[in-house]
Design a binder for this molecule. Structure first.
Ligand SMILES: C[C@H](O)[C@H](O)[C@H]1CNC2=NC(N)=NC(=O)C2=N1
Length: 98
């Protein structure tokens, strides 16, 4: 299986088990996080942007004051692939501990 292959439903379920905060929404995985301030939210987006560029894989990002929603899917595959799971793990790793 290559990184561009669409994941099966059971692969997606397994991946979500190891991805705290992420949920499935149709063909995408989604996580909303809240930062303490708007500047902190923008700084976090910048760190995610660096990870996304390094991975050559880019989330859709919704910014509302200090609340950020990240949506991941692989456009070229029309669904979820390992690339989405990897980037979701990277985004989680950038978050401060709860
Ligand atoms: C050429 C480049 O690899 C592609 O355009 C990448 C860029 N970032 C991407 N990001 C996402 N989320 N899905 C893609 O299919 C995608 N394709």
């Amino acid at each position: 299986m290559s990184g561009d292959d669409k994941l099966s439903n059971s692969d997606i379920d397994d991946a979500l088990t190891g991805l705290p905060g992420w949920t499935l929404d149709g063909q995408e995985i989604v996580r909303t996080v809240e930062m303490p301030t708007f500047p902190a939210a923008i700084e976090f987006v910048s760190r995610v942007a660096d990870a996304a560029e390094a991975a050559d894989h880019h989330p859709d990002i919704d910014i509302r004051w200090r609340k950020l929603t990240f949506r991941l899917s692989t456009h070229s595959a029309g669904g979820l692939t390992k690339k989405d799971v990897h980037l979701a793990h990277e985004i989680n790793a950038l978050l401060p501990d709860d």
